[in-house]
Structure formats: C-alpha cells, structure tokens
Design a protein around this ligand. Sequence first.
Ligand code: FAD
Ligand code: FES
Length: 1293
Amino acid sequence: MWRLHRHAVPIPGGAAAAAVSSAGHYAVNACLAPLCSLHLVAVTTVEGIGSVARKLHPVQERIARSHGSQCGFCTPGIVMSMYALLRNNPTPNMADVEEAFQGNLCRCTGYRPILEGYKTFTVKGGCCGGKGQNGCCMTNGNGAFQGSKDKPEEATSLFNTADFEPYDPTQEVIFPPELMNLSKGQRSSRSLCFHGDRTTWLQPESLDELLLLKWKHPDARLVVGNTEVGIEVKFKNMVYPVVLAPGFIAELNAVTHTEDGVVFGAACTLSHMGAVLKEAVQSLPPHQTQVFQAILEQLRWFAGQQIRNVAAIGGNIMTASPISDLNPVFMAAGCKLTLRDKDGSREVQMDDGFFTGYRKTTVRPQEILLSILIPYSKKCQFVSAFKQSPRREDDISIVTAAISAIFSPGTDVVKDLRLSYGGMAPVTVLAKKTANRLLGRQWGEELLQEACSSLAEEMSLDPSAPGGMVRYRQTLTLSLFYKFYLTVLQKLRLQGLSVQEVSSECLSATEIYHPETPSSVQVYQAVPEGQNQDDMVGCPIMHLSALKQATGEAVYCDDVPLYENELYLALITSTKAHARILSVDVSVAERCPGVVCCLFASDVPGSNVTGVRQDETVFADGQVTCVGHIIGAVVADSQLHAQRAAKAVRIQYEELKPIVTIQEAIAAQSFYEPIRTIQNGDLEAGFKQADHILEGEIHMGGQEHFYLETNVTLAVPREEDGEMELFISSQSPSDSQSFVAKALGVPANRVLVRVKRMGGGFGGKESRTTVLSTVVAVAANRLKRPVRCMLDRDEDMLITGGRHPFYGKYKVGFLQSGKVVALDVSFYSNSGNSMDLSQAIMERALFHMENSYRIPNVRGQGFMCRTNLPSNTAFRGFGGPQGMMVAENWITDVAHSLGHSPEEVRRLNLYLEGESTPYNQILHGLTLDRCWDECLSRSEYEQRRAAADLFNRQNRWTKQGLAIVPTKFGISFTATFLNQAGALVHIYRDGSVLLTHGGTEMGQGLHTKMVQVASRVLGIPCSKVFISETSTNTVANTSPTAASASTDLNGAAVQNACEILLKRLEPFKTKNPKGSWEDWVNAAYFDRVNLSANGFYKTPDLGYDFDTNSGRAFNYYSYGVACSEVEIDCLTGAHKNLRTTIVMDVGHSLNPAIDIGQVEGGFMQGLGLFTLEELHYSPQGVLLTRGPGSYKIPAFGDIPTQLTVSLLRDAPNEKAIFASKAVGEPPLFLAASVFYAIKDAVRAARAESQMMGPFRLDSPASAERIRNACCDRFTKLCPPAEPGTFTPWSVRV
Ligand SMILES: Cc1cc2nc3c(=O)[nH]c(=O)nc-3n(C[C@H](O)[C@H](O)[C@H](O)COP(=O)(O)OP(=O)(O)OC[C@H]3O[C@@H](n4cnc5c(N)ncnc54)[C@H](O)[C@@H]3O)c2cc1C
Ligand code: FES
C-alpha cells in the first residue's frame, strides 16, 4: 500500500464519486483508486510536475532544500498532497497545509522540516513581497548558515529561501481540453463495462439502469470511493464478481436543502459533505446546525484528506462498521435514509433497528441506499460527537460517540435523549435503557450519577471482546457522557436556566481540541570564518539525493526495470505459532494461473541452515516456531498470480503449545544462553547503606520498524559459474552475500550484492533482510531466471520482527537525599524464535542499565526469552533505549517515594567527569552537565514547572506534566570485530572522483557526509565526488550500516583512501602549484600513477570481556538531554505534546542539517515507541496489527507544538572523523522525556484522588494506559475483570 502511496495522485476533474460541476484537484491514494474509476479523470503523478533534468516544481524543490526528504520513500506522496493543495488554493494558511498532510506518513524526518519548507507557500510564512526589514527575503536570504549578530558563531537557519524558485500558479499544467470536452459531452453518461480476471466493473448511465443491474446482481457491490471494498479485496481475500460504480449518477450526488434538513445523495464524498455542512453552519442560526457541527467535528478526524476526497457517505453507512465515526451521529440525530430498488423507494429511520448484526443492515440485496436526510436541530436540542482513537489524526476509533439531548422548552428537563456509541458492540448501539431512565429528569448531578451507573451496566463488554482495551472502552462511555453533561450544563446556563454552574476547574473538560501550528528552533555552530568555500564540512548541505527523491526519479530496489523473463515470488508462511507440519498440499496452487513452481526446504541446493547464529532455516523443516515462519514459496509470472497461489497452498499442522509472552517464558524458564551479568561494587553493602529500598517493574512494548519501503530483493542469475547478482534493500550487503552463498552452495565470490539506497532501514534491514533474499536467490538459481519479491506491508510486519519487548524488574537502594547507592536489575527480552542479534541487544541494554547515573553498587542480569514470535532484531538504539527506560523508571520511583522532584534526583545522580561505569569504563570528555544546564535554561524549566503546577491546581480534568531526561549512548559495535570499514576511491582522468565505501544509504545522509569528507581531504568541491551504490565487489567484508558508527568507521576509511591518493598527487601539486585539480590528476595519470586507492579503518583499543568486566566497550559516548512538556486529558487519556527542548552533543557536526534531521527523526521514532506504537498479539501468538490501519506511527500532528533542537557548541570529539560524533541512535531515547512528562501529569491526576507515591505505567503510555492510571469516580465504576478468568483478545508480549 505504501509503496504505491509514494505516488499518490491528485486527480483533476473530479474523482469517480464526485459529481462536482467545476473541475477540481483531489489528492487520492493511488493504491485504493481503481483504474476503472478514472474514466474522464486526468491523473497527475509526481513525475508529471517536474524533474531534476527538466525543471523542478517548487513543491519538489522546497521539500528537498528544507531537508524534508531523508530516505525519500514518502516524499512523492507528500509532494503530491502539497501540490493538490496549491492547485486548489495557491495561498494556503498553515492549518490548510497541516490538514493536507493528515493522510501522509514519514518515518525518517520527524515532519518538522517538511512543514518548515512548505510554510514558505503560506500566507504568513511565504515571501515577504519586498516588505521585509532588510529587503526581500527571496533576494537577501534569511540569514541561512550565518550566525546572529549577538552570537556570530551560532546559526539558526538550515536553508536559504533565496535558493527557492518563486511559485507561480499560472505556470501549472492545465486540465487536458480533450477530457474537458468529453466530460461535457454525452460520453460521461454512457454506460461502461470493464471485464477483469475475476471481476466485472459496470458503470451504469442512469439510476434506473443501476437499479436494474442491482436487481439482476443482488450480490454486487456498489463501489464509490473503494476505501472499504479495496481493503476487503486486498487484505480479506474477498472476491466480488460484479462491481457497480454509481459515481456519475446525478441522483446519488445531489444535495438538496429541504424544510427538515439537508439531503445528501449516497455517493457524495465526505469532502463534499463537509464543504456543504460548513457553509450551512455559517449561514444558518446555530441552534439549527447542532447536528451539522457534530458531523464536522467527526470529519476533522476522519481518515485523511486523500480518503475523504473519494469516500462516500453511503459507503460509510453501508459498510456498517461498528467503529464508523458517522453512524453514531446519524443515529443520535435521527437521520432518515431513502432506500430504493427497481420497484420503488422506502424510507427508514437510522436507529437501532437499522444495523442487524456485524456489518449487516436492513437494506435488502436488491436495494441501494439513495440518500440520507440530515436533519436540522431544534431550539432546545444539543448534540455533541466524540472520537477516541490511539492517534488523533487518520486513525480508526476505539470508541466513538454521539449524544443528542432535547429539553422541554424553557426547562432543564430531558424530553428526548439519544446516546449512540460505536466500538462497544458488533454494531453501532443506542444506550436505550440509560436514555429512558433519564427522560423527564433534570440535568444535574443526580442525573449524572444515574447516567454513569446505568451506562456502566448497559455498556458492559465481555472481557474477551475483540479489540481488547475492555475496561478503557467502558470507562470512555462514561467519560464522554460526562463531557457532554458539562457542555450541556454550560449551554443551559447560557440560556438563562438556573442549572448548576460548571466550576472553573472542570471547564477544560468541555474544550474541543484544536491543534496549534507548530513552531521550531534549530541552533548549531556555524563554520569558522575563513573556512575554504569548497569545504562543506560543518555546513548544512542538502542530502545529495533529495531532489531526485522529491521528483520520483530516485531509484529504489523495486524501481529496477523488469528483466525479460522475470518472475515474481510469494512466500508461504505458517499460520501457527508452534506446530509440526503434517502435510503440505500444493495441488491447487500449482494449477493456479501463471504458476511456475513451488519451493520448499528440499529445493535449497546448499545449506538450509541460516541465520546470524545458524539457528534458523531458509525454509521450515518439519516444524514451525512462529506465525509467519517461512515454509515455502510460489514463483509465478506476476505478483498477483504468485500471491493468489501462495494462499491456495493447504498445510496441515499438529499444534504444539506456544510460548508467546515474556511471563510465559519466565514460567517455562525458556531462555537462550548465555545469561549475561554485569556486576560492580558490593551490592549487599550498598543495600545496607541505603536509607530506603524499593522494588518495581516496567514492561516496554516492542516496535515495528515501519520503514516505508518494505523488504525487497531482485535476484538475477548469471549464466556462468553459479554467479548471482542481487539488488537488495539491505543494511548488510556482506551478510546478505554470505547467507545467499551458503544457501546456494557457492563461494561468496560468485554472489554480488548491490544496494543503491533504501527507503528506510532503522535496523530492520540489518539481519532480517536475509530471510527474504536467500529465498529469492534460491528460486532464481533453481529457475535460472530473474526473480523478484517485495513484501506487502502486512507480510513484512508479520515476518521480519521488530524491536525487542523488554520487562525490567529492579530493587534500588537510596539515601534520603535521593542518591542511589545500590541497584539490582534484571532484564527479560522477548527474543522470539531465533537468536538473531538478541545477545548483542541484551548486552547493550546492560551497558545502558544505569543510563547517565553513577551507581556505586550494581548488578544487572539479562535473560533472552525464547518464544514463538518471529525473531526480534536490531532497531535504532539496539537495546540501549530499553536499558535506559528501566533506569528512568527506578529513578522516577525514587523521587516519587521521597516526594522529591524527579529532576532533582536525576541531577544529583548524574555522572561526573572521570567517573566509571559499571563495566569499568572511565568517562572522559563528559558533556552531560553542559547539556543538562543548557536544556534547563533553553526550556525555561523553572518557569514551565511553576506554570504547570498552577495549571494543575486550576484544572481537574486536564493535567500538565514535565520531565527532563538525559541520555548517554555508547558508540561502537559491542562485537569488536565489526568496528572496521573499507573504502575504494577512483580518480578518473577528467578529475571526477568515484567513491565507494562499506556503508549503505538509508536516508540518514551517510553518502552525503562521505562526499563531504572526501571533498575536504582531496580539497575539491563536493560536486566532483560521486557515490553510485554500495556493492560487495567494490568494498568487501563490510560491517552492517548500524550502531550509529558508520560515519566514524567509513568516514575514516574514506579519509585514509583519499590521503593515500593525495600523497600520490603531492609531487604533481608541488611541480605545478598554480595548476588545477584536473591538471594534477592528468599529470599523474600520464606519469603512470595509480589513481585508485583502498582505505581502511579499525577503531583502536576496543574489547570488553564479560568474564573479567574489563576492556573498553565503547570508543566514546554521545550525550544529550531533553525536556518535554505535555498535557493529558484525564477523561480520555489523550495527550498533547506541548514543548520539547533538546540539547544534543554531536561533537563538531559534519552536517548540521543532517544531524538535526537525525535528532528530530530519532526523537519522533522514540515518541512513537514510548507513547503510541502498540503491537497486539493474540494469546496464540498471531500478530493482530499488520498495517497502517491498526499500527500507528507518529503523524504530522504528533510533533511537539514547540520544538527546539540545539547542537551543543564547542564540543569537539577527538575520537571520530573531523571531531564529529555519532548521531543516528542516541537521540531516540530522549523521547522518554515525553513518557515521563506524561507520567508526571498522571501523578497530578492521581493526587486528586489522594493516590500518592510510585505507581506503575508501562510503555507505551497509550491513551488507554493514561486513562486507566488516572483513577477517578468513572474508572471505579468500571473495574477490570479478574485476570485468569477469561481469555483476552490480545496479550502483552
Ligand atoms: C485509510 C483509511 C482510513 C479510514 N478512516 C476512517 C475513519 O476515520 N472513520 C470511519 O468511520 N471510517 C474510516 N475508514 C473507512 C471508510 O473510508 C469509510 O467507511 C468510507 O466512508 C467508505 O466509503 P467508500 O465510498 O470508499 O466505500 P466503498 O468501499 O466504495 O463501499 C463500501 C461499502 O458500501 C456499499 N455501498 C456504497 N454505496 C452504497 C449505496 N449507495 N447503496 C448500497 N451500498 C452501498 C458498498 O457496496 C460496499 O459494501 C477509513 C478507510 C481507510 C482506507
Ligand atoms: S523520508 Fe519520509 S519515510 Fe523516509
């Protein structure tokens, strides 16, 4: 889905569903737009609006120059959303821009630079038009790369608007006149019929024809936006032989204003409905538009614009989803539906009789939904709608509600009440019993109490209910009613009725969330005056591929053109977590169209044994140990055929008991060896010395990498000597090479692995890419034809594992002052069904168990749980964040138990220069204290704390929280041998330089930095240096691009190679000092000097030994501190990220734009980890969250409203290239400041219920966890079911 999303298309002329008379532009999701629906529609893709060679469109140029494209895989989609916005509105404001991006995701950038770049198109953020104080910004620049007057060496701008081409809307491509003529002519109303393999698409010309067709094909689906049917076909394997497309039928698109309300044709899009209702709200008296306003409120958070542009009202109603956002409003408002078949129409009320079961309605098969009447509200009527979802924007509801109350005129006596809830049953429900009980009652505290106890009873859920979060959902029904109750109290009072006044501290519970436009500051050290113009080290230059990424010209693995004879592969995977395979039946699959062959373990010519620890198989051999375990593969002539056939393979299993969770593994003592320990000091003496001892625990969920480009391999067999060329999206070309060679039974020198760029990696493509590449290579080898496979998002999520979930248990001894003197901590990681990198990850967790705090007596133990989940693997931070998270938990507990502020206790325990870690490494060049102090002052911590405390005293149902959290991240691979790198540099006769090194480009800007390094060493401009790709035949035995160390390692190798070349050129420079680079190169060539050189680097003095607790584990440390401030809604658990200030020590930054990009991107990924992203597994080990619909990564709206990133100045690092420091992973943990700010806010909420002292909050701090932790009168009415008395829908793994 997301691969295609790169090319999201705005469609001028009206999408299939929109009968808009004037031509318009709509951004849509390419993956959901059926080709047949594009009749009379012009499609523009990112390639159509500009190119690097021709001319860039300003939307392409600005995202690139503002550093809004890292891996670039999301960039075309974002470009096209912005393009569509500008086509409709050339002078948008920032709110328009934010709305346009509601349906776009980026995993790399942290969104800030994208918004910053596109702000330049907005009315406020755009060109000053020559009115700026110092002339026009477009000609003078905005101070980019320069320091301010006060601090000339401090720079705050990462790009220069003077570089931007002005935007001229008159130069846009026009809507094709031929289509315009056609759409005006009779052909638009002609019936159309498209026959496909399995589906016939019929577009009737009139309502009568539609009704006849529906009569003839009662099982046919009507498809308008395809946003529901598309998902059913793709992910639920539904087949609809006949599809009817009513998009062009006038009656279904009509909007009629009647005496009772507005009637919308069922095919009206949600965007269109929103526009009509907005207009009505502006023109009609407020009392008449209560229902409209409630609908508009729901639409604000309904999917993204790309969906709303095509999805129809009828589609939402007829899908009959229990979590539909509109159906509760339609039911509460008493909307009327007109249904029609060929014999006539009937009207039905949308009430609890309409939905008859899960996704079922009373509409008969031959009928269609013609229209819906949305009524005006009455004088004494109040309507509100609420939606609670894990993420605010573009997410499906957990609970959605709409409540309508009508009062007897002039009184507060309830005459009619409708409480409608979604997410509480298989259908949208009306809480009728509760409503009836409240009829005739006065709107006051008694009614509230009655309503809550009645709702708690009526809206009860089975503890095993699908969707889980049972207690939370029940509590929400009460909390949302309470919000409505307060809102109505206010409104009644405004009408002059003597109802109880809403106290000021409760007022915030009635506020409707409106996002504020984010603002940001970036601070870094400017390059010293006098630095050579050609020397770009230290300058914020753009990612070298950014422009190509923004135009769609950048080539990713799956963009490699099809080879003649190429085949496609689909995987056959296990549906059981633990089982013996009894039989595999491929008879049906082999008969499927296009199938060439099926492959299993016996087809592997070399060794079927594979994996980092040689404890895996290429194909399962007799047993499966996780859902998603690769059993076999089907190769066919196309992706569709291969995937269909793979689904037709029948496998019989004998099920064995799986171990799914960490707790189950502990109970069964199912651990991998070794159990690692780091111990220092005297633990017993430490605990004796302590004034207090406390014990605690925390569970931290895993995380899906969600790189936008899923795993992909193209294997091309060569005709001779068993050679195989592979194009892979991998962080480890050399590992891929050796794994493939082993599976094929050939020496590594026959396997060439090439990596151009990745659409994101984050550790997920370090070792797990080989599960796919070995299979594809085996297929290509067997068939002697090129074979390709790119995993679908759901397959990728199912098969390739993610960040290890961790459970930490600790005992901590501390003095009355808060000084920690003893710590005994145990870590348990859910490693899954193979070792993979789990040991190194656990070791890194142990190396980070004290985070930034000096603990004199300490013991940490690490247990790797062997479970029946797909093997978990590397993920940015590599166990470090898990280790540090547990540390931050005990330090918070210490503070809470003493009644001290956590920041005081943190500061007290911070390491000092020269102190030693539990693994006996002395800390030199420590900058923690500087980062801490700068963060405190930049964040204005004291003032913010006082303001938050005041806010909390003044507000009962919203609470603010603050936390300041440090990080210390060790740099080096902990496996010593990996700390090496190579580079190969060729200088050609024309002076151009081809650079290759062992690192791969995944968006992090490594190639850009390497070019900067080569350019400085050789003394030539960056433009003369080129990197084409990473390949195993240019640099051999590469270490994975991982551990944040790639710039350090490869940069030093590049430096080494360039210095060798420079030395060889030295005589020619001396001979001709005034000559040019080209002159020297030419002279050297004619003098038969070798202009190619190999560079190499290994990090010196490394080698930690666990047995003796000695030797250096890390080359150095990267430090940082972040302060975050949040606000939680205690009634719903939703939170807002108000402010974050980050101070990060990256040494002398090689490229501040790239480094700040890594800080912000890492921070946002951490924000997802600690507050949002949740993988749900069934008790049987089935992953239930397998796509963007159910697994939520942070979106544009999640960035802190104020974000400040400052790179610590004057902090050179003597241990790495040009005094820089590693930056890829260290900032991720700083997002824990948001988690602990949330915990701080929850603490304030609990204090209202007199609940003091330490409490447990597991990660992520989801809305559910926040709400459940804020114990109050509503949660008390919804007690949790006794554990062990039921089978939950999902388990915490
Ligand atoms: C990314 C994404 C985000 C989403 N977010 C939300 C959300 O926030 N809230 C929410 O409630 N939903 C959401 N949805 C669900 C979906 O977008 C809505 O239900 C949408 O309104 C469906 O409209 P459609 O035109 O695309 O339906 P289609 O897929 O075209 O049709 C859906 C069903 O309705 C039937 N149907 C359509 N019109 C008629 C008619 N006139 N008469 C009889 N049957 C008819 C079709 O036969 C089909 O069974 C989301 C979907 C996606 C893919
Ligand atoms: S740049 Fe957005 S996903 Fe990589």
